[in-house]
Design a protein around this ligand. Structure first.
Ligand SMILES: NC(=O)c1ccc[n+]([C@@H]2O[C@H](COP(=O)([O-])OP(=O)(O)OC[C@H]3O[C@@H](n4cnc5c(N)ncnc54)[C@H](O)[C@@H]3O)[C@@H](O)[C@H]2O)c1
Length: 334
């Protein structure tokens, strides 16, 4: 176990990054945590208020390589954990430009800084959407499976992780890539599916459900995702040594370590909506089916055995996580 880490956490004023920092500071209060966030519409610095005095916050862009390098140098950073992204698929369909800037150019800027500071590791947070969708009977995706992104968002995330992989192979940077399934929980931007369902249900407004609502996702509670990242930081990643064979059966020698993170339980979108309505005591006739999203992925499913082999297990049951999520949004919206 590493005794102390100096982390640069990007995008930590957003949904997942904020939970990661709050949990990390609770578990490792002596660590140094520096946050770099551009404070886009998806961010809220208030999420970090409980740890505001314990962390250093910098407003800025991950694509600003000089800024990232100065933070790494000043705070003697051991590891960059990259959550920063444009993350909403629908927005990427309207305009992909900000996605290319942050997700691709921004990630390359972080890679350049890691290349210039060989002691610094990069944990790059990616998504299962890089695999594209899979059929009802297909096996869960393994790390070595082909990437087949459907949306500009997923394509930008795939491009980013391929840049990380190329830097691992060519420059031997010390990096990991995590591909997690759909997250839910407090702090998620209002535009996302579950916040939209809760908000509309609370105001008795029609809940728009794409297509026939049968698309399946493996929903993970946000803190379970954060715990998986901590596990990777403190086990596999901490003891990285290219001379020692990886414990990850999916790794390609010399290509670094890739981890899928999912809970192996799929829910149809319509089941999610009905469960939320039931938990809120609202009628199912609030559901209104709308024209399907362009390129809407049918199903995601992941083989997360390599992450589980590190000793990680998801802890939060779906209904329990949904109730916590509903309670948080109730306090926000009502
Ligand atoms: N939400 C999910 O279901 C999910 C699932 C798997 C993977 N991911 C990945 O996890 C990461 C975090 O996702 P999220 O849902 O918390 O996103 P989010 O949109 O809630 O937060 C993104 C954060 O990044 C910041 N940011 C955006 N552009 C930036 C830039 N150029 N420089 C610095 N900061 C910038 C924003 O201000 C915001 O605080 C993303 O990389 C996303 O691809 C998300």
């Amino acid at each position: 176990m590493i005794s102390h880490m100096n982390l640069l956490v990007t995008g930590a004023a957003g949904f997942i990054g904020s939970h990661f920092v709050l949990r990390h500071m609770a578990q490792y209060p002596d660590d140094t945590v520096v946050v770099l966030d551009k404070l886009t519409y998806a961010a809220n610095r208030e999420f970090l208020r409980p740890v505001a005095d314990a962390i250093t916050f910098t407003e800025g862009d991950i694509a600003d390589q000089a800024l990232v390098a100065s933070l790494v140098k000043k705070h003697v950073i051991d590891c960059i954990v990259n959550f920063a992204a444009e993350s909403h698929v629908d927005n990427s369909i309207s305009d992909a430009t900000p996605f290319l800037h942050t997700n691709v150019i921004g990630t390359q800027a972080l890679i350049e800084v890691v290349k210039a500071h060989p002691g610094v590791r990069l944990l790059h947070v990616s998504t299962d959407e890089v695999y594209g969708d899979i059929g009802s009977e297909d096996a869960p995706r393994k790390v070595g499976d082909p990437l087949f992104p459907s949306s500009p968002y997923a394509a930008s995330k795939a491009a980013a992780e391929l840049l990380v992989m190329a830097a691992m192979r060519t420059f031997k940077i010390h990096a990991c890539v995590t591909r997690c399934t759909n997250n839910y929980g407090p702090h998620q931007a209002d535009e996302k599916f579950i916040p939209t369902v809760i908000r509309n249900a609370l105001s008795d407004t029609t809940i728009p459900v794409y297509g026939d609502g049968k698309n399946k996702r493996d929903w993970i509670y946000v803190t379970d995702h954060c715990d998986a990242i901590e596990k990777i930081l403190h086990t596999d990643f901490a003891f990285w040594d290219e001379s020692v064979p990886s414990t990850n059966p999916n790794d390609t020698p010399g290509c670094g370590h890739f981890f899928n993170i999912g809970i192996d339980r799929e829910w149809e979108n319509i089941e999610v909506v009905k469960t939320i309505l039931d938990l809120l005591g609202k009628p199912h006739d609030l559901i209104g089916f709308v024209e399907d999203r362009k390129g809407h992925d049918w199903r995601y499913a992941l083989d997360s055995s390599a992450t589980r082999a590190l000793g990680w297990e998801p802890k939060v049951q779906f209904e329990e996580g949904l109730q916590k999520t509903i309670d948080w949004y109730k306090a926000k919206y009502v």
